[in-house]
Design a protein around this ligand. Structure first.
Ligand code: SF4
Length: 205
């Protein structure tokens, strides 16, 4: 009986967490436009502003915003028409297109509607922010297993990142692309990210 008694309050917490998370979505899901962009166009601009050089492609964008390649190309075309992104052939593979956020796009990102939420998280203590990040990453990693896909995340959490040297000689290499990655770029989003196994320490039982 004590098992059931413990289970009910803990499920109440789970329900509250899901309800609260769903309500944060109104920071980035909205009807109509905000500063001239729909919520999906904002999602695309935000992703391209944070994505590494391997992920600023129409197919990576499609995966991130949850559409197909033609849908992502249409979104990219809208952003390009507004002068917020450029589309150019990749210097590494001329058949691929690389999308880059322009100066004007970066300026607009300062008015990203999601910044309201960012500012509230920034007001938390460093410990609370770190715990929130680690918990959300853990939940998302477990969710990836259910969905059979990987979420976009940063190089420093990826199993393909190899590190050598130390101090100012520290160097990074992506073993997936077999290319070097600058220290600065290890904190950018990658759609080819593959995470380490979810931490057991964050699982309750
Ligand atoms: S190390 Fe992982 S996250 Fe970084 S570029 Fe390679 S695949 Fe992407």
């Amino acid at each position: 009986m004590s098992g059931l008694k413990d289970f009910l309050p803990s499920m109440k917490i789970v329900t509250e967490v899901v309800e609260l998370l769903l309500q944060t979505a109104n920071a980035w899901l909205f009807e109509g436009q905000h500063s001239g962009l729909s919520d999906r166009e904002w999602m695309a601009l935000r992703f391209l502003g944070r994505a590494n050089r391997f992920s600023r492609t129409p197919s990576a964008l499609a995966g991130f915003v949850g559409t197909n390649r033609s849908g992502a190309s249409q979104i990219a075309a809208v952003l390009e028409r507004k002068g917020l992104v450029t589309r150019e052939p990749s210097p590494e593979d001329k058949r691929s297109i690389i999308l880059s956020v322009t100066f004007q796009g970066k300026k607009l990102l300062e008015r990203d509607p999601v910044n309201v939420l960012r500012d509230q998280i920034a007001a938390l203590t460093v410990d609370d922010r770190s715990r929130m990040r680690d918990t959300l990453r853990h939940v998302l990693s477990r969710h990836d297993v259910v969905r059979g896909r990987h979420h976009a995340d940063i190089c420093s959490e990826c199993i393909f990142l190899a590190e050598s040297g130390s101090g100012s000689d520290r160097q990074f290499k992506c073993r997936f692309f077999r290319k070097s990655v600058s220290s600065k770029d290890t904190s950018l989003l990658c759609s080819h990210f593959e995470g380490k196994a979810p931490s057991k320490a964050l699982d309750q039982n």
